[in-house]
Unconditional design. Sequence first.
Length: 179
Amino acid sequence: MKARFHIAIRLLHWLMALAIFTMLFVGAGMVSSVANRDWLYDLHKPLGIAILVLALLRLAVRLSTRTPPLPGDMPLFMQLVAKFSHLLLYGLMLAMPLVGWLMLSAGGYPVTLGGGIELPALVAKSNSLYALLRPLHSLLAYSLLLLVLGHMAAALFHGLIRRDAVLSSIGFGKSRPMD
């Protein structure tokens, strides 16, 4: 049986992959560079909100469409890891930008999207909340990076070692049979 994710899921998957990789590099640049910090912050905020919007859209499409089945010969442990890691990915794609927005709100910093658009603060200014959310945002970023690397490793495992249809189910090339 040939099975693929819905075209909207595939488009959102790859668009978000690009946005998340960009965001991880921008975030790393922000904490390691003094000279480029301002323009990186100016990019980081709207990109974070874009990721949040895309994640919400992706979740809505994901909940309203069928997903291809995992290969019948895939061990139960691998199936559970796949399902749990996808839940974590969705959770982090939503949590990261929300925690960032909350953190900036608590710090009294505006979330600007460019063109004079400024999002409302989610909470009142609070130095103690800011001090709590700042390291949480970093922890979530490192967690997302590790999870994305694990996701990529699993995709390569399916594509190069198992040679099943899992990797092709999220791509745009020729579809492969699932079993």
